[in-house]
Design a protein around this ligand. Structure first.
Ligand code: 5GP
Length: 356
């Protein structure tokens, strides 16, 4: 585990509101309880629960969203989540979140995202590179003669499956407006038991036509028609791919669509029975592009190092193979070539340093 922490890593599938520290959630619950809005003892055991089915996970998100509805809290959780990933030696993070409108808090999708940006800018534990465009953010790594730790943070705006076509298009428009502010793509997520692919398709096609990369939560539940329609759309990446059958694997592999693999999340939610039968092994053996990710580090009490450590033990991979797997993620990030080049340098330096 210590070795997995020391290795530089790339996180491409992390939901902001799923990555909040338990201690922060408990504190926010206590604050709301003091105001009489909730009964904190009712929610404490829900926050601390370890095993959750997929449907319980979405109930948990409804609770989390009650605790994180104002701009100040969104800023706080963003700052903490980035600090936690940086402390785990994540050098490039694509953080995804669903822009939320909440009239009672004077919050629009835009002001929600501004609160997220405020959180990113307020990180001071490490140097943050937020944009391919903002050259001022590309500060030198040397500060007073000492090297500062650095994390590249890019944002994906999520469309929730509960949203209407118009709301989804609004999210894509916002992503386009914020392209210079670190937004690099679009995600489709939310309860896979809800909603229809045709509802989001116009927004996703609009994003594609505008050149925004797309990642889709795909195959979390058995739904062959939707899985094939999603693959036919040719997204740049997909997440999970748990309930694929032979035909879907064939299409995925022939199209070489990279898969974001979230081991702990899949096992905790029982979308995969156990790690020994996880599709990671087959995809890895087939040399299919894949990247290990956390999904919801807070909700599933994990970290990216923990995911690598799990893969190392479960699939019998050596340290060198683990390192190369982490490095290969560079090829599928949504940021531009300049960032890819810088990440290659970071990995090359680390390869020598950790003696592989
Ligand atoms: P947020 O977008 O509010 O920052 O992060 C929480 C949201 O991410 C959830 O409400 C849900 O829409 C989405 N999400 C988090 N984890 C999962 C997951 O495992 N599967 C799917 N489909 N969506 C998820």
């Amino acid at each position: 585990m210590e070795w997995c922490v020391s290795m530089p890593k790339i996180e491409l599938h992390a939901h902001l509101n799923g990555s909040i520290r338990d201690s922060t959630l408990l504190e926010l619950a206590a604050e709301l309880s003091e105001k009489g809005a909730i009964v904190s003892s009712d929610v404490e055991h829900v926050i601390m629960k370890n095993d959750r089915s997929l449907s319980e996970v979405f109930k948990m998100f409804d609770l989390i969203h009650v605790l994180t509805t104002d701009h100040k809290t969104v800023t706080r959780i963003t700052k903490e989540v980035i600090e936690d990933f940086a402390a785990d030696n994540v050098v490039y993070l694509e953080l995804r979140t669903t822009p939320k409108r909440n009239d009672s808090k004077g919050m629009s999708k835009r002001s929600y995202m501004e609160a997220v940006l405020e959180g990113i800018r307020s990180v001071n534990a490490v140097e943050v590179d937020l944009s391919d465009v903002e050259t001022s953010a590309r500060a030198p790594l040397v500060c007073n003669g000492t090297e500062r730790k650095k994390i590249y943070v890019r944002l994906l705006l999520s469309i929730d499956r509960r949203e209407t076509t118009n709301a989804a298009i609004e999210t894509v428009e916002l992503a386009l407006e914020m392209k210079n502010l670190g937004v690099v793509g679009i995600d489709l997520s939310g309860n896979p038991g809800i909603g229809e692919w045709v509802t989001y398709l116009p927004a996703l096609e609009f994003a594609k036509n505008q050149g925004l990369p797309i990642t889709l939560h795909c195959g979390e539940v058995p739904n062959q028609k939707e899985i094939l329609a999603m693959l036919d759309f040719h997204p740049q990446r997909i997440g999970h791919a748990c309930c694929f059958q032979e035909e879907e694997w064939e299409v995925l592999k022939s199209l070489k669509i990279p898969v974001e693999i979230c081991l702990t999340s899949n096992i905790r939610t029982e979308t995969i029975a156990s790690v020994d039968v996880h599709h990671f092994a087959d995809l890895y053996k087939s040399n299919h592009p894949l990247v290990l990710c956390t999904d919801d580090a807070g909700v599933f009490s994990t970290s990216l190092s923990n995911e690598y450590s799990l893969a190392l033990t479960a699939f019998g991979l050596g340290r060198r193979e683990m390192f190369l797997l982490a490095q290969k993620a560079i090829e599928v990030i949504f940021a531009g070539d300049e960032v890819k080049g810088e990440l290659k340098e970071i990995f090359a330096t680390s390869f020598c340093k950790i003696g592989l």
